[in-house]
Structures are given as structure tokens and as C-alpha cells.
Design a protein around this ligand. Structure first.
Ligand code: FES
Length: 167
């Protein structure tokens, strides 16, 4: 077992050696939408490694492709679905953002201010800044996000098909 600290939680959580960072995040009851189901195709499991980067598995080829596309990418960025915990002393933080899962999700928030940045689930760009009022016209402008999500889902399906056919 290895201990991981998820920032904002004082107590470390224990995860099995070689388990993915996402296991530690979920053990802290933090939400991680994982829109692509852990295939390295989205922004929704993006974390920042504050300590212990050398206690994680090396950056995967999929992360090498995905991380540069993320709007909030930093040198310490990793994808929690790809990075594995190999040693003690890893500390991570999660971006304080809300990932949009469909433009229609915002309908119930019309007329309210965004409590935190609402960001694109594939590349993490800010769609609605914190404090901005959510309007019907802005939601209509965000219809392209639904198309992007569909494209990501079809890429996920083709990865799954290919992995089945390789077995
Ligand atoms: S869940 Fe999509 S990249 Fe990790």
C-alpha cells in the first residue's frame, strides 16, 4: 500500500501500489467525472502533482498527446487515469472547476452566477468564468460542446473496438 495526499484533505489515503491516482481521489470522496472513461482523451481527470512526482509512473504516450491540449496544463500536470502510484509521498491537487457534461445541464442555472469556472470537458478551456451570469443565449452558444463530447465518445468507442479486436 502507498499513501497519497489529495490537497484539501489533511489525511493521506492508502491505495494499492501500482493503482491509478484516480483511486486516491475517489477514496477522498472527490468527484472526478472521467468523461472518457479513463482513456486519456479528456480533461476531466486532470490533476496537479504538488509533491512526489518521482513516485508516479512515467508519463504515458497518451498523456504526451493529451496534456499539451489542456488549457490549464502546467509542468506538474498529470491525468489521474493514467498515472500510477509507485511510492509514498505523492500529493496532488484538483483544479477548482466544474466540467460541463452537456450544454443542457446549464439550463437549471439560468440567471445564476457560476460559482466556479465552468470548463470544456475535453480540453479544459473556460466556457463561463466564475461569477458570470449564466444566460440562455450563452447556453445556446455552447451547443458546440455537445458535438465535441460526441466526437470524444466515438473516439472512445473506436479505441474499445480496437482493443477488443487485438485480443
Ligand atoms: S478520464 Fe479522460 S483522460 Fe482520464
Amino acid at each position: 500500500m502507498k499513501s497519497v495526499v489529495v490537497a484539501a484533505h489533511q489525511d493521506p489515503v492508502s491505495v494499492s501500489t501500482n493503482s491509478r491516482v484516480v483511486e486516491a481521489v475517489l477514496a477522498c470522496q472527490e468527484k472526478l467525472p472521467m468523461a472518457c472513461g479513463g482513456k486519456g482523451l479528456c480533461a476531466t481527470c486532470h490533476v496537479h502533482v504538488l509533491e512526489g512526482a518521482d513516485k508516479l509512473s512515467p508519463i504515458t504516450p497518451r498523456e504526451k498527446l493529451a496534456l499539451p491540449m489542456l488549457a490549464e496544463q502546467q509542468p506538474n500536470s498529470r491525468l489521474a487515469c493514467q498515472a500510477k502510484v509507485l511510492g509514498d509521498g505523492v500529493k496532488i491537487s484538483l483544479p477548482r472547476v466544474a466540467y460541463l457534461d452537456a450544454s443542457s445541464t446549464l439550463e437549471r442555472l439560468i440567471g445564476r452566477r457560476a460559482e466556479m469556472p465552468i470548463v470544456h470537458p475535453v480540453h479544459g478551456r473556460v466556457l463561463i468564468a466564475a461569477g458570470k451570469i449564466i444566460t440562455r443565449s450563452r447556453i445556446q452558444e455552447l451547443a458546440f460542446v455537445d458535438v465535441d463530447i460526441q466526437e470524444m465518445q466515438s473516439r472512445c468507442q473506436s479505441i474499445e473496438k480496437n482493443s477488443y479486436s487485438e485480443r
